[in-house]
Write a protein that binds this ligand. Structure first.
Ligand SMILES: [Zn+2]
Length: 235
């Protein structure tokens, strides 16, 4: 089940689930909040649910079945409809194909890690920025028809790491209509995004978790005892 990885955020979960159930999924979503609030966790759950072949629906609630072919692929985030854009380390590489072999491996591992725990920092070593080549590559891939049924979801993690050149290129992609595509931007710094990007997205504020939610997540995840969690939660 996709949403079980998300800690709290009941209001955000319900809003997104309702949009999926009512077939009003936005073309672009901006999830603003700290990483610890679960912006990436929410984006990943969303991607899993909209691609599930037999979603479990109950009223306004919807979850992935966890057992269909798409869910099995998405368990490890290997579904062809789900794509990530994250900052690259400095170097010449402008697209995934141009990354040095070791960085490709690191990226694969990072995706595996967040598939299992979407609260782990999702970044490459010495990452600096989202390159314009990545955005052009994204644009090219969106122009092709999807290989598999479902909805293509592109998660642009820490979208504020696009510099002006990339952001302008991305704005053009945002302005183009794409069928069955949702672009999800996550950021803790919406003020660093181009205002024209923000205004084209449906913004969803993901508030910080409160201490009780952090404590129960730490304990239920087996990370520590309740007493230790009480000491850790404020940090
Ligand atoms: Zn499924």
């Amino acid at each position: 089940m996709a949403w079980e990885q998300v800690i709290g955020q009941e209001r955000v979960q319900l809003m997104l689930q309702r949009a999926i159930v009512r077939d009003r999924v936005p073309q672009s979503l901006l999830l603003t909040g700290e990483d610890g609030a679960g912006t990436l966790a929410i984006a990943i759950a969303f991607a899993r649910v909209v691609n599930c072949e037999q979603p479990v629906v109950s009223g306004d609630r919807i979850d992935a079945c966890g057992t269909c072919h798409a869910c099995k692929q998405n368990h490890s985030l290997q579904h062809p409809n789900v794509r990530f854009v994250i900052s690259y380390p400095s170097g010449k590489a402008e697209t995934d194909d141009e990354l040095p072999k070791e960085v490709v491996e690191e990226l694969k591992e990072a995706i595996q890690t967040v598939a299992a725990d979407p609260y782990v920092p999702f970044q490459l070593t010495n990452a600096t920025q989202i390159r314009i080549g990545q955005i052009r590559d994204l644009k090219r891939s969106l122009a092709l028809s999807s290989a598999q049924n479902g909805r293509r979801v592109v998660i642009i993690h820490h979208a504020d790491e696009m510099k002006v050149e990339s952001a302008n290129a991305f704005l053009k992609t945002l302005e183009e209509p794409h069928e069955n595509v949702t672009l999800i931007l996550t950021t803790a710094h919406p003020e660093r995004l181009l205002q024209t990007i923000v205004s084209r997205c449906q913004e969803v504020v993901v508030p910080p978790l409160d201490d009780d939610q952090i404590i129960s997540a730490l304990v239920s995840g087996g990370w520590c005892t309740h007493d230790e969690a009480v000491l850790l939660a404020p940090f």
